[in-house]
Design a protein around this ligand. Structure first.
Ligand code: SF4
Length: 398
C-alpha cells in the first residue's frame, strides 16, 4: 500500500492549495497539539478538503496549523465529540478548545487544477489529488487482496473506486499532464505515487515507477513510489534506474501477530523480507530515501514497534510512525484512533534515535515521509537531544 487518493472537493473560498505557508519554528507544544488532534479529531465549523478513502490509513481533513502541514480526522464519529474545533476568525482561522485559542490555522482549499480535464474528458481530480503540497495518486486503484481474506483491514483502496471518485488505472501520460498543472497552478513540490498490489512478481512496482518517470520528466518534481517487496529484489534497482527519488515499502507494523491479523498477505511475505527489501533499496536510493509506514493503534506491543523502528533506522530506513485513521468503508471503520499519549510516547522513543543517526524528515526528497502531515513525529526532531535516549511525553507527567 501507500498513501493516496480521494478526498472530497468542498471548496472554502478563503483556503488555498497553493503552496506551504510560512513556517515558524516547531516546538514540542505544537507537536503535542497535532498529536492530540490526530488522536481526538477536529470539529469543523468551516468546510475542509479531506481524504475519504484511498490506499492505506486514510480519512483526514487537511490544513496548516501554525504553518505546519497536518492531516487530522474530521469525518469520523469520534471527531464529532472532539474538544478541538476549527473556527473562522475575522482574519483567518484558529484551533480552539474550551474557548481558548490554541493555534492559527489555514484550511487547505480546492486546488485550481481540479477544474481541468484531459483531452479524453477525464477530470484531473480523478487522476491525482493534491495533499497539501504533494501530488498524490493511486496509479492502480485495485488490489489483489481487496475483497478477499487478504484485504488489509485499515485500507480503503476500493472505496473511492466504488463511489466514482477516481478511475481504476492512471496512465503515465495522464499523470504527467496533471503533475505539470499541479506544479504550475497550485505549487505542488513533489509527487507521491502508490499502487494496489498486482498479482505479478513485481507486485506493481515497475508500473508505478514508469508513471513516476513520466511525472518527473514532464514536471521536474521529485517522486516517491510505494509498493510491496517484489519477489525478485532486482526490481528495486530497475525502479531506481527510472529516476525515482524516494521509495516507500510499507511493513505497517513490527508486531508479527498484529500484522497477521491486519494484513495477512504482508504477514506471509514476512517482516524479515521487508528488511531484505529495504537493504537493497537503501543501496539503490541512499539513506533517508527509503521509508516505511508504521501504524500505531492496532493492538501492537509498543516495545516491538520501537525495536523494529530502531533496526530499520540502523539500516538507513525512515520509519514513518502514524496513528491509525479508521477509514469509512474499511474493515476497521468502527475503531477509534489511538490515544495521543501513546503516540507521543512512541514518537519520543523513535525520534531521538533517528536524530542520533543523522536521519530526519528534512533529508527525504519526496513522499509521505517528506510531507509529514499525517504524523507529529518530525515536529519533535528539533526538540530532542540527538543522543538516542528514550524520552517520554512531558505533558502526561502533569
Ligand atoms: S489492501 Fe492492497 S492497497 Fe490496501 S494496504 Fe493492503 S496491499 Fe495496499
Amino acid at each position: 500500500m501507500g498513501e493516496s487518493s480521494a478526498r472530497g472537493v468542498t471548496h472554502h473560498p478563503g483556503g488555498n492549495g497553493r503552496g506551504r505557508p510560512a513556517r515558524p519554528g516547531a516546538d514540542a507544544s505544537l507537536a503535542r497539539l497535532i498529536t492530540e488532534l490526530q488522536g481526538r479529531g477536529l470539529r469543523v465549523e468551516v468546510p475542509l478538503e479531506s481524504r475519504q478513502g484511498g490506499a492505506g490509513p486514510a480519512d483526514a481533513g487537511m490544513l496548516w496549523i501554525d504553518g505546519f502541514a497536518a492531516t487530522v480526522p474530521t469525518g469520523a464519529e469520534y471527531a464529532r465529540t472532539s474538544p478541538y474545533v476549527l473556527r473562522a476568525e475575522d482574519d483567518g482561522w484558529g484551533i480552539y478548545a474550551g474557548g481558548e485559542r490554541l493555534a492559527s490555522a489555514q484550511p487547505f482549499g480546492r486546488p485550481r487544477f481540479y477544474d481541468l480535464t484531459t483531452s479524453g474528458g477525464v477530470p484531473y481530480w480523478q487522476i491525482a489529488l493534491l495533499h497539501l503540497d504533494s501530488l498524490a495518486s493511486t496509479v492502480i486503484q485495485t488490489c489483489a487482496y481487496w475483497g478477499n481474506s487478504d484485504q488489509c483491514t485499515f485500507c480503503g483502496i476500493g472505496v473511492t473506486l466504488a463511489n466514482g471518485r477516481t478511475i481504476a488505472k492512471k496512465t503515465p501520460e495522464m499523470l504527467a499532464e496533471v503533475a505539470v498543472a499541479a506544479k504550475e497552478l497550485d505549487g505542488a513540490v513533489d509527487a507521491t505515487l502508490t499502487t494496489g498490489t498486482t498479482a505479478t512478481p513485481d507486485k506493481g512496482a515497475l508500473y508505478v515507477a514508469r508513471c513516476a518517470a513520466a511525472v518527473h520528466e514532464a514536471s521536474g518534481l521529485p517522486v516517491e513510489v510505494q509498493f510491496e517487496p517484489p519477489r525478485d529484489l532486482a526490481v528495486i534497482e530497475q525502479v531506481a534506474d527510472l529516476g525515482v527519488s524516494s521509495v516507500g515499502i510499507h511493513v505497517e507494523t513490527f508486531d508479527p501477530q498484529v500484522l497477521a491479523r491486519v494484513a495477512p498477505a504482508k504477514a506471509r511475505t514476512g517482516i524479515e523480507a521487508y528488511f531484505r527489501a529495504w537493504e537493497r533499496a537503501v543501496a539503490a536510493f541512499g539513506a533517508d530515501q527509503v521509508s516505511t509506514y508504521v501504524i500505531l493503534g492496532m493492538g501492537e506491543d509498543p516495545d516491538l514497534i520501537v525495536e523494529g523502528c530502531r533496526r530499520a533506522i540502523d539500516m538507513g530506513v525512515y520509519p514513518f510512525v502514524v496513528p491509525l485513521r479508521p477509514t469509512v468503508g474499511s474493515l476497521m471503520e468502527h475503531l477509534t484512533a489511538p490515544s495521543p499519549d501513546y503516540c507521543e510516547t512512541i514518537y519520543r522513543r523513535v525520534v531521538p534515535y533517528l536524530a542520533a543517526r543523522g536521519l530526519g524528515a528534512r533529508g527525504v526528497a519526496a513522499g509521505c515521509a517528506r510531507c509529514q502531515a499525517c504524523s507529529a513525529m518530525s515536529l519533535l526532531e528539533g526538540s530532542t537531544d540527538a543522543d538516542g535516549r528514550t524520552h517520554l511525553p512531558l505533558v502526561s507527567n502533569r
